[in-house]
Design a binder for this molecule. Structure first.
Ligand code: HAM
Length: 437
């Protein structure tokens, strides 16, 4: 996908994409019109469910992620882009969206005024991972976070919101997997049980799993090495070790999803790469995405706000990968009509005096809120008309010496090729009445 141009000394950093103003064959998903189309639908769904937008900085103190995502996770131990500012502060480009939102709501005491706080965000995320199709070092997440309720009905709402959003953008082959990762009451016993069970096989397992065994044993369940996957398929299941509270929460979530007619599969080995999760964990995948098949994922994090210095407050949310949504849409052949950025009117001027008149008229038209443009590289009539055509402007206004003398303009409808002279003072009204039809 990346073109290496020999004589050009710069290209975008590896696995970071430019999103372009025009579609390019084979890479349509990198057209900014498509991004806006998807973002608009995400905002609309969030609004429909009562979520409000939050925006946080692109950098946060590194310690925020160490404390929340967890020191032993791949994200914190290997994948963050870190820097030190002039004040000696250790900062990181945000590798995920949840911890910054938690930090912001604590800092601004949002929970005091809004004990049930429902937020969404669209933001850039950075992970220094091994890049491949669907896995980038800068990616955009569409996320929601809901704080203040431990009710499994809220878990179901958050999950159903994601499912609905994928439906709205036409991704019909989505699959939802759910699991429970337990809580601080039941997870430690499971962790020990898992370690005990794995120990006899450990020498045959990959280096990462040997480290995970010591640092973060549950993450072994996420290993993709085929031999390890085979071994771990026989491992004890966390769902069998849940405490009463976690089991009831999980069963209740299942009942809600069924009542909402949201199909799901139970994935007992779904653990996800963050330390903050408690109880519900989920992922939504698409078969058209290849190895990076997760369109999105999330879960509950009932201890996170308190761990970050706020009042004990339950929370749940998800993050969806924008690039993966767009790639899946393209693979599924979903046709969309991205928002049109073409000017409504293109002004063609012939001669210096006509040009001054055109500049004045252009400003007037734009002041009326109508998208209008003209040529700035001094082209002749034919070239200006070609440009109008290329820009797909449906209306062209021509001003030459004759028009100037008569105080008129030639008003051309590019779709019908009809052209007529109209008084300059009538231009805006005529464009507006054309737009109404
Ligand atoms: P995550 O599963 O790490 O969760 O990321 C969410 C989604 O972002 C993934 O399912 C995937 O679609 C996309 N994604 C992740 N990494 C990349 C990458 N390198 N390139 C392209 N897309 C990627 C989180 O980040 C959690 N904060 C989600 C969450 C919110 N949990 C609770 N609230």
């Amino acid at each position: 996908m990346r073109k290496i141009i020999n004589h050009m000394p710069f290209s975008s950093p590896p696995y970071m994409n430019d999103v372009l103003p025009y579609p390019s064959p084979g890479n349509n998903w990198l057209h900014s019109g498509r991004w806006r189309w998807v973002e608009y639908r995400f905002r609309r769904v969030c609004r429909c469910y009562g979520y409000r937008e939050i925006r946080t900085p692109i950098l946060e103190l590194t310690d925020l992620f160490v404390r929340s995502v967890g020191e032993g996770t791949d994200i914190v131990s290997k994948e963050m882009f870190n820097l030190v500012d002039r004040g000696g502060r250790r900062l990181s480009l945000k590798p995920e969206g949840t911890a910054p939102v938690v930090r912001a709501i604590i800092e601004h005491e949002l929970l005091a005024a809004h004990p049930l706080l429902k937020l969404y965000y669209i933001g850039q995320t950075f992970r220094n991972e091994r890049g491949q199709k669907g896995r980038y070092r800068q990616h955009q997440q569409l996320g929601v976070e809901a704080f203040g309720s431990a009710d499994p009905a809220l878990d179901a709402e958050v999950i159903e919101l994601a499912v609905r959003f994928f439906r709205e953008i036409g991704i019909t082959d989505q699959q939802l997997q759910i699991n429970s990762v337990g809580c601080p009451n039941c997870r430690p016993a499971y962790r020990e049980g898992l370690k005990k069970w794995v120990k006899p096989f450990l020498s045959e397992m990959c280096g990462d799993c040997k480290t995970r065994y010591e640092v973060n044993p549950l993450r072994m369940l996420d290993c993709k090495v085929p031999h390890d996957v085979e071994i771990l398929s026989g491992a004890p299941k966390l769902l069998d070790w849940l405490c009463e509270d976690c089991r009831e929460h999980f069963n209740s979530l299942r009942r809600h999803l069924e009542a909402m007619s949201v199909p799901y599969q139970i994935a007992p080995q779904l653990v996800r790469g963050f330390d903050y999760y408690t109880k519900t964990a989920f992922e939504i995948t698409s078969g058209v995405l290849g190895s990076q098949n997760a369109l999105g994922g999330g879960g509950r994090y009932d201890g996170l706000v308190e761990d970050c210095g706020g009042p004990a407050t339950p929370g749940i949310g998800f993050g969806l990968g924008m690039e993966r949504c767009l790639i899946a849409m393209e693979s599924l052949g979903i046709e969309i009509e991205p928002e049109d950025e073409a000017p409504t009117v293109f002004l063609v001027a012939l001669g210096e005096s006509a040009r001054s008149a055109a500049v004045r008229l252009l400003t007037e038209i734009r002041s009326a809120g109508i998208a209008a443009d003209m040529d700035y590289v001094g082209k002749g009539l034919k070239a200006q008309m070609r440009l109008a055509d290329k820009l797909k402007a449906p209306l062209v206004l021509l001003i030459g010496e004759n028009e100037l003398k008569g105080g008129v303009v030639s008003f051309r409808n590019m779709q019908t090729s009809q052209q007529e002279m109209i008084p300059q003072g009538e231009v805006i009204r005529r464009i507006q009445s054309w737009a109404k039809n």
